[in-house]
Structures are given as C-alpha cells and as structure tokens.
Design a protein around this ligand. Structure first.
Ligand code: PEP
Ligand code: MN
Length: 360
C-alpha cells in the first residue's frame, strides 16, 4: 500500500505518521520526489483501512499495491533510482554507462584490455575472478589474485570494477578489496542467502536475470537485496533459455521497457551472454540501447581465441570501439528532444526523461 502525502505536510507531521504506521508493526519506505512524497507501507496491509488513512489531514490519497515487490516497485518510488558506482560514475535516471572487459581475469592482459575499453569509451571495468562454470573441470577463476588485479587496473584507470561474487562467505572479502559493484550471476539469481548477504551492505549490486527467471522473479530477487537495506541495485537482462538453439540464450529486449514501467531501478543489457556469438553481440547491444537500457555489459578480449572462458562471444577492442561509436549515435537518436524544449523521453519508458550522452 502507498500513501501519497500532501505538499502542505510538515516534516513533523510526516514523522508522526511514519511512527504511527510503524507502531502498528509495518515497515515503511519513504520516497521524497520533486513533486510528491510517498510513504510505502510494507506488511500485511489487508488489516489497514484505507479510508482511515485518507481521513488524515496530511494524506492526499491511498493506493493498494498488488505486486509482491514493493521497494523495487515504481509505485513506491516514482523517480528513477540513480546508483552511484564510485569514481564519479552514476547509472540510471538518464545516466548511461558501459561496463566492459574480459569474461575471466587471466593475468596481466587485463591491463591491456582495460586500457583499450577505456580508450573506446567504456566507463566501468568488468571481469570475473570467481567463475560460475557448468563443468567443475572448466576454469574456475583466479580467485583473490584476480580481485587484486581488477582493483589495480580499476585504480590505474579510475574506473569502477564490476565482478561476480558467488558465495555469501566471500562478500566480506569483496568489501575489504573495495570492489565497486558486486555482480550476482544468472545462476545465482535466486540464491537467497547470497542476495540477503549483499543486501546487508551498501555496495551497488549488478543483479542478473536468472536463465529461466521471469521479470517478476528478477524484481523479487531485487526485493531480497533491498529488503535487507541495500537500495543500490542495478538489474541486468542477459538473455533467457528458450527453445531456440541458434544462440546461447534468447535476448528478451522487451524486459527493458517492461522493467522501466514496473520499477525505478536501472537496467542494463548484456548482449554477450544473451547471444553467445561475437557476430551477434553488436546488433543485440544496439537493440538494448534503442530499447532504453541504462547501460550495457560487454565482454571484450584482445585474443578471443585464447580466452580462458567465453572467447566465442568476445568482441575485440576494435570491434568494441566501433560499437561504442554507434551506441552513442543510438543514444542521441532516442534521447533527442523533438518538441522544441519540451521534455520528450517517452521512448525510454517512464521516468527516464533526462537527455545525457554515453558515459555522462
Ligand atoms: C558473466 O558475466 O561472466 C556471467 C557468468 O554472466 P551470467 O551470470 O549472465 O551467465
Ligand atoms: Mn562470460
């Protein structure tokens, strides 16, 4: 349930209302926007009489929220969430960011790849130190040494580092190393102990959609993180498993505007895992950008045939540089103001109305 508070309400009246609600055993989620303040009420609200709330002086109107996700719901928080990833990089609410780097951290070649993606315009560095592999005999990642290399490269290039955490017992290590964004991979999208553990921190989380997860399940996974107190969630559409076998996964581009409609959280597209083949990565990246994604995560390797994982879907640095120029043009097209000064952001879905350049 949400209660929209009148503009005339004083901070004392608002505090009093919140304590009254919380005193009845509910949790609250306050969203102060430019135009209105919304108090989200979380719990079994069937016990609350909406007419009683509406009779209160400071309450404008009350609305039941039927979706099971509350904190992630746009009804609870009408304005886009902007997540601060560190190093001056923000994502969401019109800020578009590209995270790029190898699938796995393999050694010193990380520095070469990182410099190349930065030169092409990537604003965040990705790389896996702990790898979720289908086979236990496949390369499992460098572990802690990989984290150290990522942090060194991110520091040298002044880029936030995005890297996957697979085990709740490793979360503290990621925090100690200063990882900027913790990625939760598709295979762990419903690993509830892991979601809760990253939820206990304030470090941004890049949450990928499960291989056969619905959009609602993705939003409920975000709710697990947010309900523990971490509001800094970035969602990621990385393709889902369907009957199609010509690509590694089926890229659900629809999910991008659907998530913008349902949630205030930023959503990025991952065209690499979504398609699985280098030749399809750029078209899928353009589609995600055109659909209004808040960013992209793209795998890049300078010698794809020698990559320790996912070489088949890696872009080379020059392919990536070409893609970045076209992505910037697509951003310009979909954020263009065609109404002589009036806001025109409808192509990006609700809330995403600001016009910014790639990397802004
Ligand atoms: C990755 O980003 O390297 C990865 C393993 O992604 P996903 O969890 O989407 O498969
Ligand atoms: Mn990969």
């Amino acid at each position: 349930m949400i209660a929209v508070v009148k503009k005339s309400a004083t901070p004392e009246q608002l505090d009093h209302f919140i304590s009254w609600i919380e005193g009845r055993g509910y949790k609250t989620n306050v969203s102060k926007g430019d135009n209105e303040t919304i108090v989200g009420i979380i719990g079994d609200t069937t016990q609350i009489d909406p007419f009683l709330l509406e009779s209160m002086d400071i309450i404008e109107r009350v609305q039941r929220v039927s979706e099971p996700f509350k904190k992630a719901n746009r009804k609870f928080h009408p304005e886009d969430t902007v997540v601060d990833c560190g190093h001056g990089i923000k994502i969401g609410g019109g800020n578009f960011q590209v995270m790029a780097g190898p699938c796995s951290v393999e050694g010193d070649n990380l520095f070469r790849i990182a410099r190349a993606v930065k030169a092409a315009g990537a604003t965040m560095l990705r790389g896996g130190a702990y790898k979720p592999r289908t086979s236990p005999y496949s390369y499992q990642g460098m572990g802690e040494r990989g984290l150290d290399l990522l942090m060194e490269a991110g520091g040298e290039l002044d880029m936030p580092v995005v890297t996957e955490v697979m085990d709740p017992r490793d979360v503290q290590l990621f925090l100690d190393k200063g990882v900027d964004v913790m990625q939760i991979g598709a295979r762990n999208a419903q690993n509830f102990p892991l979601l809760k553990e990253v939820g206990k921190t304030k470090t941004p989380v890049l949450l990928k959609r499960g291989m056969s997860g619905t959009i609602d399940e993705l939003l409920m996974a975000a709710e697990y993180i947010m309900s523990e107190g971490n509001p800094n969630v970035i969602l990621c559409e990385r393709g889902i498993r369907t009957f199609e076998t010509r690509t590694r996964n089926t890229f659900d581009v629809n999910a991008i505007p659907v998530v913008h409609h349902l949630s205030h959280l930023p959503i990025v597209g991952d065209p690499s895992h979504a398609t699985g083949y280098t030749r399809y990565v750029r078209p899928a990246a353009y589609a995600a950008t055109a659909a209004g994604a808040d960013g992209l995560e793209i795998e890049v390797h300078d010698h794809p045939s020698e990559a320790w994982s996912d070489g088949a879907q890696a872009l080379t640095p020059s392919q990536f540089a070409d893609a970045m120029k076209r992505i910037a043009l697509i951003r310009e097209a979909i954020t263009a103001d065609l109404n002589d000064g009036e806001t025109s952001g409808t192509t990006l879905g609700e809330g995403t109305t600001k016009v910014t350049k790639v990397g802004a």
